[in-house]
Design a protein around this ligand. Sequence first.
Ligand SMILES: [Cu+2]
Length: 459
Amino acid sequence: MQGGLTSLFALGGGALLFPMTCARQEARASVSPRRRSVTPRQTGQLVEIRRTARVSNVEVSPSRVWRTWTYDDSFPGKEIRVREGDRLRITVDNQLPEETTIHWHGVPLPNTMDGVPGVTQQPIEPGAQFVYDFVAAPSGTYLYHTHVGLQLDRGLSGPLIIEERQPRYAYDRDYLVILDDFLPGDPRPLSSGGGGMMSVVTPPYEGLMVNGRLASAAPVFDLRRGEKVRLRLMNPSGATTFRVAIAGHRMTVVYADGRPIEPRTVDSVVLSMGERYDVLVDGTNPGAWNLIGAPIEVQAPAARAVLRYTDSAAVAPPDGQWPEGLTGGVALSLDDLVSLENQGESAQSDRRFDLVLSGGMMGGAWTINGQAYPNADPLDIHEGERVEVRMRNQSMMIHPMHLHGHFFRTGRADKDTVIVPPMGSVAFTFAADNPGRWFFHCHNLYHMEAGMARVFRYV
Ligand SMILES: [Cu+2]
């Protein structure tokens, strides 16, 4: 079976031949990344939504109002939740003083719907509208956010949930845990301050948030003893990598960037910008417990939420309660992730790119192979190829590298965003099955804006 799949893909006929060879996977995950060039199976349901981007005041704690830019006066933006195969039509009304776009982070949609200004569309001018129209597939936990300049650090982001046709797991509650960083003033490009030494420079965040709330106003997730809770951990932040752990509880990781993986039970999970992990938590320990998102690079008070058993006397966690998993126990690693899809996928590549990620030196540019986007060469590929990308990080900062329009295979997992650790190396391969011009970049907003980006161009 595996050998058969491998040889079929090598022929470049995967789109046509895959459904016949993969009936078992079809039943479990109806749209696999491999079949994106085929129109996803549709429900026939049209979901029409409007998002108005405008200047707003939002409360990040009872004593703190943030004047910023939001979708519909809500931060994070309101949840979009559809079924796999629904057709989404979203009208974006730009009431901001600047142009904007929305990118549907992780969704392998048609190129013209990808929301990257100057690459897939003209930006939406102030006062103008744009309609995004695509089939929501495959199922998973995704994000939507602006892709213009440093607007992401003003609060223009929200969750996009595409529900499975047939749930893989039974659970009693489904909570979103949206981790973000709080920059009270206007976002500005960062410079290293000169000196020529490799350095770690981060924005002056005042605090970190869960679901738009600072730790002093932590959101509460209720449960009862014996229940199973699904937490959708997501990181749309500008520049913060979080280590997440829950006091008194372990987490069983079941999805990485929306894709199903073999369950892994751990004490902490690291999420960099753009990453999502869905975890299941068993309600076996009544009380009130802190979920903490501790920053790895930035200096700011940690993000916090509370897991509260409604059938327990405890109302709030005791002061200073700190999850054991932040300092010990088992941390999820990339090697732990084993996909439940596309097991027979070929590891052979037809084309390879070796990319050196560097910067943070004098001048402040962040580069890929010495070039700072937009003054950078496109990475040309052909439809039907399997493309290999090897990344080497020659800096002291984390680079969460995100590919638009495709899932990639890294190690034994499928993802769309992967951490390349300081001075470390990571590789991935992907099937070039979604023609267009696809942005590939570091999801640290400030690194992207300072040049750490390229375009994969189908030629
Ligand atoms: Cu970076």
